[in-house]
Design a protein around this ligand. Structure first.
Ligand code: ATP
Length: 367
């Protein structure tokens, strides 16, 4: 099911007389979610992700704009009539019911021609349980399950009516690191098997990038960039997106362009043909540094952290926007840890320039 969001805006009126400003939770959101894909809605706390999801589900009505499922305008439809499955962070299972009863619950409320016989309901519930691999646990109560198993029950309950759209609001937040990884792989598998158009809300960029076909990066209710995770990572449209994606995060320096040459401090780091003389922010991904004794970018070496496959070189620069900067190089690289300085050359495709005032990307031809 393709979902089209047309100029969606949600404004929460202020209840506080002292600060009368309304909250614009989502601002003119325009996007088409392709049929059968998994979309990661990503952004810092308070950027409007959940509000966006609740508008798609029908739990909240937009202040303006429209929502289409396929060619149906569902903007005014109630959640029950939209055919959506919702999974929240806190599972929200009924504690007094068994796993099976929890999964059956949405089917028992079906009315009219959708009404099912007991056997039909049981078949559907068991199919959903099998899909999320909890068919061994049907007689247990939620309190007798691990967090990961509870979340699977919640997903089975959302899937049992075979919704047109599956909406997941931070579904992994309550799980420990190992279970998060396992459950996110499960979600990806289930989504690929069912091909249900899925929107996955998270503030964890790694989580979103690892399972999404496309990501939508939001900031203060406004979409910053949409695209395939790798494309957005490789081609951020502004400093916010560049900083939001990637662990360890991108290193940001103050720099300037003079005569088509990029300078950080007095180091002439790279040619940037066609860029006019200006102040810039320079973003360099940690994997964009090459250890090079003759390299143009000299910094003070702080420490070297060996992490198995990779080596993390921590350095400082008076032009860095953070107290320390970090380069990731392969463990075969030879580095003199006693040296007070470290020199790098830079991989051109891993360096981005941003306008100092607008923080928008300044593009130039990379040789
Ligand atoms: P988080 O990751 O913390 O859940 P989020 O990106 O999902 O955040 P939302 O919950 O969508 O953000 O909230 C967006 C903005 O709208 C926030 O500033 C929030 O305070 C505000 N907001 C959300 N719901 C309401 C409401 N019912 N009344 C007033 N303001 C609200």
């Amino acid at each position: 099911m393709e979902i089209t969001l047309k100029n969606l805006t949600k404004i929460f009126p202020s209840r506080n007389k002292k600060s009368p400003d309304d909250v614009v939770a989502v601002n003119d959101f325009d996007f088409t979610i392709p049929d059968g894909k998994l979309i990661g809605l990503l952004g810092p706390s308070g950027c409007g992700k959940s509000t966006m999801l609740y508008m798609i589900s029908g739990l909240q009505k937009p202040t303006s704009g429209q929502i289409f499922f396929g060619s149906d305008d569902v903007t005014q439809l109630s959640p029950e009539n939209r055919g959506v499955g919702l999974v929240f962070q806190n599972y929200a299972l009924y504690p007094h019911m068994t796993v099976l009863q929890n999964i059956l619950f949405p089917l028992q409320n079906l009315k009219g021609e959708d009404k099912l016989t007991k056997d039909q309901m049981l078949d559907k519930a068991k199919d959903a349980a099998r899909l999320v691999q909890i068919d061994e646990l049907l007689d247990r109560k939620p309190s007798e399950l691990s967090g990961g198993q509870q979340q699977r029950v919640a997903i089975a309950r959302a899937l049992v009516k075979m919704p047109r759209v599956l909406l997941l609001d931070e579904p992994l937040s309550n799980l420990d690191a190992r279970l998060r990884l396992q459950t996110r792989e499960e979600i990806s598998r289930i989504q690929k098997e069912t091909k249900i158009t899925t929107v996955f809300v998270t503030h964890d960029q790694e989580e979103a990038m690892s399972i999404s076909d496309m990501i939508v990066v939001m900031k203060q209710g406004v979409v910053q960039q949409t695209g395939k995770p790798q494309d957005v990572y490789d081609n951020p449209t502004n400093l916010f997106v560049a900083k939001f994606l990637g662990t360890p995060p991108i290193n940001v320096f103050r720099g300037h362009v003079a005569g088509s040459m990029l300078y950080i401090g007095s180091s002439a780091v790279m040619a940037c043909p066609g860029v006019k003389d200006c102040e810039v922010y320079v973003g360099i991904r940690p994997e964009g540094f090459i250890l090079d004794p003759a390299g143009p970018f000299e910094n003070s070496l702080r420490s070297v952290e060996v992490m198995g496959r990779d080596v993390s070189v921590v350095f400082t620069s008076p032009d860095s926007m953070n107290p320390t900067a970090r380069a990731i190089i392969t463990s075969e690289s030879v580095i003199d840890e006693k040296s007070p300085t470290v020199r790098f050359s830079i991989k051109p495709r891993k360096l981005f320039l941003f306008d100092f005032a607008s923080e928008k990307r300044i593009r130039f031809e990379v040789k």
